[in-house]
Design a protein around this ligand. Sequence first.
Ligand code: GLN
Length: 491
Amino acid sequence: MSLVKLTALQLAEKIKRKEVTVSRALDALYEAAEAGADDHKSFISLCKEEAYQRAVEVQGLIDKGQPISPLAGVPLLVKDNICTKGVRTTAGSKMLENFKPPYDAFVIEKAQAAGMIVAGKTNMDEFAIGSGTQSSYFGPTFNPWDKSKVPGGSSGGNAAALAGDEGFIALGSDTGGSIRQPSAFCSVSGLRPTYGAVSRRGLIALAASMDTIGPMGKDLADCAALFEIIAGKDSGDATCHDYTFDYRAAFGQDIKGKKIGLPTEFFTDELDEDIKNALLDAVKTFEGLGAEIKETTIKENEWAATLYSVIASAEAASSLARYDGIRYGHSSQEAEDLLDLYVKSRSQGFGKAAKLRMMFGNFVLGSENYDRYCLKAQEARTLLALAYDKVFEDFDFLLGPVSSSSAYSADADFAQQFNCDSSRAYTAPAALLGLPALSVPCGFDKSGLPIGMQLMGKHFDEVNLLGLGLTFQEATDFHLQKPMKDQGGRA
Ligand code: GLN
């Protein structure tokens, strides 16, 4: 069996026991990544030289028997909007095609201090705008379960690499669903942490009030272990809380008597029948484990997708305004004067999806529209938050879909892609309210494509949220199923 089929915790254990060296783990990863390069296109850059150098240092510490962390020696995949010092970080855009950050993101500093090794930068929708990893300037990623389908997005490179066994574990980002939806489409596990649990320093901003960095793994145990490493205070991000998470506390929880709510707004006719059935089966599993499950209603949910569109677009227009062709990023060589430099650099550097998002964002931000759209959206966001506060007085968790359908066709044209955000109504609430939410594999539809379940928890209650998800994974084997190599489909 190739080493790269192991989970991150399994690999770390083998490294600790000296059954495997760190550089051997890197060999296995790069062999698989290169073999899958044409089929899946999960990566934008592999940073072999830096990784093998680091491997020597880390191996030295491990050989001295130093206890570093539960993931010491494990190669890490990093979405290409998370800054890595000296290693190209593109955000999937021509705008940053040659950008080498002069610093590491906080999460990279933490992962490295824990003995992890950055192995490669993964493909993503341009500036994290999209749902299928099709807006990447470097070309689309494909779903290992069926190469004619998208892997989801924007963290699609991570999801495809993990599902296709081209990596052990990954860091992604979720603004409005970008960890949860690709995890669901590719049958991997992913956590969007509470806003403020993980520093955003060094994450290339999309929508600052919703951006989060979180772990993606072959199972939730790996996600919990990586979350412990990256969570916590950073004086370089004023929105980051002093928060510690003990991943071991998430294991072996008794969920007897835990209250799980099913918002009826998540189970409408728009939801694919196979997904609905898989979720109802999951409900039975939880009931079998002693949880109490009840329907609930949050009528404000119906606004969530629209509020997300307005707020995310306004914030994206503002974040992306920094790319002016002067300070860094693509700079047009044909400009005749300053204004022309702005126009040409931005016209050439940004792709269609980013331009559309900024146009809409600038429209709602315009002085004649601001009150009507942006202010109103923020007011409605407060009402949504109050509605969720109330629901969480009665429930410990909420359960729902991640997306109304499984992975969609990779042939979708731009207009279809734009309308293919089948997850927004389900993923936007946690984004708008900063709630932790995870995606966990819970079944397959009639065509054999994976289905993910979304579990949402209370702010900073990752220990119980991951505990609930881990209990589900201990009782089921959906996360252990693998796509068939070459043909796609289930092995
Ligand atoms: N598909 C959503 C969007 O395009 C999610 C993006 C994200 O979470 N980065 O806004």
